[in-house]
Design a binder for this molecule. Structure first.
Ligand code: ATP
Ligand code: MG
Length: 581
């Protein structure tokens, strides 16, 4: 295997990492020991809102900034832990007074404004279930998810209500109330002004006893490989959020953390709401969409110390030739991470060279509720590898044959599976019991990602099960091919698919988007095919290259290879609700 290693010298790190010795911590870790970081409710049980907000608001962190909110027009607001406690208490009272009961689902369909974060905590307090949607969704995807999720409440804006919700309102039969975050007066007796309700709501709220197994979140998957699935999570998931915040994100008390994800995607709830607040640190939220200069300004001006983003953002910086370190003072930034898609070695190296620190890849899914495999501040990075399982999680590679599994050999590709029982494991797929059952074989959860483990225990992503290409008897992972082409200086993004072929079964076809300043040409095509052959060998190298302006992606920035394939073959596109437009 050919990869670059980013050596870590712990003595050079700005702060001592929480995970000092991976092997030692992994060996001795017990989930029971994590409980000591939680206070528990005074009247029993475990509730996210208490551990994330009230606990701090009742103690020495009361006046510490919990949320720095930056609006899309550069407005800036700060909220302390005490503020979030008070405001979320008000919303919990509103829900309670309107008769919302334990387990009822409240959907969020709103841009990233402070109310989104405040009401999330209020929802947990009243033991309702939060279900976040992307504000850019059209009416159909919203209706689909709200109907299947039995939505009882909705938090949204006047604009979204008028333009998107009104036309689907007849389908939302169980909906009791809609809360509009930006109107001063009620529209009618069901469509209410949230600011008005908040003005009159009591600031005191006692969280009722909450069972750690009570449902907290209903999250829809990204829809990268097909129709999005509803995933059920419980309050106990905070065990994972705490542990990963500590060991992977490496939270220390003075950190200023920015996770760029929208709560419409699981990263935006687990890591842009819950995990940083469990650790009592300052959390940055930016309302606007990706904008390279604005993002770098935020990193600089807010003195962000830890940054959690996605490969799609890194690729954009690369594409436009932006050199953050040269243009901005990023001296406060000490740790950077990414999730959502494989981080090609180019991305890791770009971090080292242009940002001043490597980007640490992390792997997880909506179903896992939190980070499962990661690179750590104290551990050498093998550029292109996802790293090693978090303490408390056993991961392994198996060859799965329907209901039986066989452990794969070192470096042999197979299904990436996780030993059942980590606290943030999904408790079910919504209305898909059979699919849920099939996700497990014996004691193992099957992620449906293909990966392998090397001799040092590092995991390497190969591709999603559904995207694996079968060409002339070879099983080809998308990641390897995409990473090889990414090495060409002209290439910004690549998505590969298997294109049916009468002789080979499938051939590898690559769709390539170029960096600023490069133009498609026959010569470039030849160069890319040659590079593929050199790096991968003739059997695996792409046989066809097509240049396109940009690849179809989900709103969370994941390349939708199924759409590339459907278009290539002239097939129906399937569910495109999460497609970025
Ligand atoms: P759907 O299940 O609806 O097709 P999705 O799988 O993209 O969508 P998510 O749960 O948001 O929905 O994403 C999880 C998937 O994202 C993983 O199974 C994996 O394929 C991919 N992924 C996430 N992080 C990484 C990573 N670091 N390296 C490689 N792949 C990753
Ligand atoms: Mg998935």
């Amino acid at each position: 295997m050919d990869y670059k290693v980013i050596k870590k010298d712990i003595s050079k790190l700005k702060v001592k990492p929480n995970l000092f010795d991976y092997e030692e911590v992994y060996k001795n870790f017990k989930w029971e020991d994590v409980a000591k970081n939680f206070e528990g409710l005074p009247n029993g049980g475990l509730n996210i809102a208490h551990e994330a907000i009230d606990k701090h608001a009742n103690g020495p962190l009361a006046d510490k900034t919990a949320l720095i909110w930056i609006g899309k027009n550069s407005q800036r607001e700060e909220y302390t832990y005490k503020d979030i406690k008070r405001e979320s208490n008000k919303f919990a009272n509103i829900l309670k007074d309107l008769g919302f009961e334990k387990g009822e689902r409240i959907f969020m369909y709103s841009p990233r404004v402070p109310y989104l974060y405040i009401t999330a905590i209020g929802i947990f307090k009243n033991r309702c279930v939060m279900s976040p949607l992307f504000a850019q969704f059209g009416p159909e995807p919203v209706a689909q998810r709200m109907v299947s999720g039995n939505a009882k409440g909705l938090i949204t804006t006047k604009h979204l209500y008028e333009k998107k919700i009104l036309q689907i309102i007849d389908q939302l039969k169980e909906l009791k109330y809609i809360f509009l975050i930006d109107v001063d007066e009620d529209i009618n007796d069901k469509v209410l002004s949230l600011p008005k309700l908040m003005k009159n709501a009591s600031e005191e709220f006692e969280i009722p006893p909450t069972d750690p197994e009570d449902m907290s979140l209903l999250h829809f998957t990204s829809g990268t490989t097909g129709k999005p699935k509803g995933v059920i999570h419980v309050h106990k998931a905070i065990y994972t959020h705490w542990v990963t915040g500590f060991y992977v994100l490496d939270f220390h008390e003075d950190d200023i953390f920015w996770c760029t994800a929208d709560p419409g995607w699981v990263t935006g709830t687990s890591y842009s709401i819950i995990s940083p607040w469990l650790h009592g640190i300052t959390n940055v939220v930016y309302e606007g969409e990706f904008d390279a200069q604005k993002w770098l300004e935020i990193l600089q001006n807010e003195k962000v110390t830890i940054w959690y983003t996605a490969p799609t953002a890194i690729r954009r910086f690369i594409r436009y030739g932006i050199e953050p370190k040269k243009e901005y003072d990023l001296s406060n930034l000490r740790h950077a991470l990414s999730v959502g898609e494989p981080l090609n070695p180019e991305g890791v190296i770009w971090g080292v060279e242009k940002l001043g620190i490597p980007i640490h890849d992390t792997w997880w899914q909506t179903e896992t509720g939190g980070i499962m495999i990661a690179n750590y501040p104290s551990m050498d990075i093998k550029a292109g590898s996802m790293g090693k399982p978090i303490p408390g999680v056993e991961a392994n590679i198996f060859i799965r044959d329907d209901n039986s599994i066989k452990e794969a050999k070192t470096e042999e590709s197979g299904n990436l599976m996780l030993k059942k029982g980590w606290p943030s494991m999904m408790r079910g797929y919504l209305h898909m019991e059979e699919k849920y059952q099939k996700s497990f074989v014996d004691e193992w959860y099957d992620s449906e990602d293909i990966a392998y483990k090397d001799e040092d225990g590092y995991f390497w992503f190969v591709g999603r099960n559904k995207d694996i290409i079968k060409t002339s008897g070879h099983m080809v992972g998308t990641y390897e091919v995409e990473s090889a082409l990414m090495e060409h200086p002209a290439v910004a993004e690549v998505g590969v698919i298997g294109k049916p072929d009468p002789i080979a079964g499938e051939i590898v076809k690559a769709f390539v988007a170029l960096k600023k300043g490069y133009e498609p040409s026959k010569n470039l095509e030849k160069e890319l095919i040659a590079l593929g052959r050199k790096k991968l060998g003739a059997a695996i190298a792409p046989k066809e290259i097509e240049f396109i302006d940009s690849l179809p992606k989900t709103r969370s920035g994941k390349i939708m290879r199924r759409l590339l394939k459907a278009k290539e073959l002239g097939l129906p596109l399937g569910d495109t609700s999460t497609l970025e437009k």
